[in-house]
Design a protein around this ligand. Structure first.
Ligand SMILES: [Mg+2]
Length: 452
């Protein structure tokens, strides 16, 4: 596109919270009552009629204001910056943010500050893709391998992956991309669904949703486990009966166990032929995962949604601790760091099955998986993107699932923009939903007080 002198003039932040805990949507053994939330950021520029950049960090309720404050702390790095330069090379901003000599103390490269960097960096990628008139997956798949390598920070990675190796992977990965693009546009990218498996759902609801998932074309479902073994045996039996022997059943313990318990518990569920056990223990425990992997084979071990950065992923792969890498679009520092993780997984030959759900995670991460298919690993074999059917209506470009597959988005951008009316309703605590909710609670307390 023609050069402009547009600058970033505002970094707007929003604390968005959805009351999902009331339906027990999203409930698991560690997180029984999540209110899916987004620390949402919009980059505005001074170019007339120009697109904006949208990004967010996903949280599950309390503390979202801390996440918003962390995004706010990054504003000085963005205000006044050239939009052309940002979009031509998001990696420069990523390096500036990760390398901020004072903010870096709050990590380094992990936790709230790092997730804030992810929100802002992803907003820049959204802006870049909108300005290019392409969905992000296409912008990435069309990019020159040399440019993509330049987007990756190889610091602390070169014992496992060098820039030259990454370049070779990307050059080889492009062969046949045109035919794969046709296939992607025709059939989409395989998905699995976690919707039947929330811990707070009763057996009837689990069975009904599992039957429906198979009828809808999903070839894998996932169940939350880890709170009570007898319950898990009963729920796995119900799920396996509902889906039959030919559909994969994944399990997710959300970090609930110590290593010996993870091995015992997973083996106690082996009769239901689980495909993987996800987050069996602490997301930081690389050697623990390796031990679990040895102890539960042939059940596969999956993790990554809470892996703080590319270095943790590197160790999981070096240690042979995982069978499946689960990238998350908003946990690490945005597209740039996820490119590093995709390249690491490709080098080690480990399939990536992205974590999604929450709010907006499906919308974002589909782009990264589709890029991986088109221009890096070239396959969807044993690869599936998580899907959960909540909260998509709040996005201007929501995911579309057809016959158990993510349909490739065609709208320009990273699918990250929320609807204005959803922002007005679910901003916390001042949005119309939350003010009405507070008023209703206050009224109920007055009635309760009189009754007492
Ligand atoms: Mg999980």
């Amino acid at each position: 596109m023609p050069a402009t002198d547009a600058r970033v003039i505002a970094v707007d932040t929003y604390d968005i919270r959805f009351p999902t805990s009331r339906e027990l949507d999203g409930s698991d053994a560690m997180n029984p009552d999540p209110d899916y939330s987004a620390a949402y950021v919009v980059l505005r520029t001074d170019a007339e009629q120009a697109p904006r950049g949208h990004g967010f960090a996903f949280t599950i309720g309390r503390g979202n204001e801390v996440q918003v404050a962390a995004v706010h702390a990054l504003r000085p790095h963005l205000l006044g910056r050239s939009v052309d330069a940002l979009c031509a090379d998001p990696g420069t901003l990523y390096r500036d943010l990760v390398g901020d000599s004072q903010l870096r103390w709050l990590g380094p490269e992990k936790g709230v500050m790092h997730m804030a960097i992810g929100a802002v960096v992803n907003a820049v990628w959204d802006l870049a893709a909108r300005r290019a008139g392409k969905p992000l997956w296409r912008l990435l798949a069309d990019a020159e391998p040399e440019w993509l390598v330049g987007q990756v920070d190889f610091r602390h990675l070169t014992d496992a992956l060098t820039p030259d190796e990454a370049l070779e992977l990307l050059r080889r990965g492009r062969a046949g991309a045109a035919a794969r693009t046709d296939r992607l546009l025709a059939t989409g990218y395989p998905a699995y669904t976690t919707s039947p498996g929330w811990l707070g759902y009763d057996d009837d609801k689990l069975t009904r949703l599992a039957v429906r998932a198979v009828a809808d074309g999903f070839r894998q479902i996932k169940l939350k486990v880890g709170a009570d073994l007898d319950d898990d045996i009963r729920r796995c039996r119900a799920a396996r009966a509902a889906i039959g022997p030919g559909v994969r059943l994944a399990l997710d313990a959300n970090q609930r166990w110590d290593v010996p318990e993870a091995i015992r518990w997973t083996n106690a569920l082996a009769e239901f032929d689980p495909y993987w056990i996800e987050e069996p223990t602490s997301p930081d425990d690389v050697l623990g995962h390796a031990a679990v992997r040895c102890g539960v084979a042939p059940v596969k071990v999956a993790t990554g949604e809470h892996a703080a950065n590319r270095i943790v992923f590197k160790q999981f792969l070096q240690a042979g601790a995982v069978d499946i890498v689960q990238i998350d679009a908003t946990r690490v520092a945005g597209v740039n760091e996820n490119l590093a993780v995709l390249l690491l997984a490709a080098k080690y030959g480990v399939p990536v099955c992205p974590h999604a759900g929450g709010v907006g995670l499906c919308e974002l991460v589909q782009h990264l998986a589709m890029f991986d298919y088109l221009a890096l690993t070239g396959t969807t074999e044993d690869r599936v993107i998580e899907y959960v059917d909540h909260l998509h209506d709040h996005f201007l470009d929501p995911v579309v699932i057809r016959a158990g597959h993510y349909t490739a988005p065609t709208a320009p951008g990273f699918s990250a923009a929320l609807r204005p009316e959803s922002i007005a309703r679910y901003t916390y605590p001042g949005g119309t939903f939350w003010t009405a909710d507070a008023a209703a609670k206050a009224a109920a307390e007055r009635v309760g007080g009189r009754a007492a």
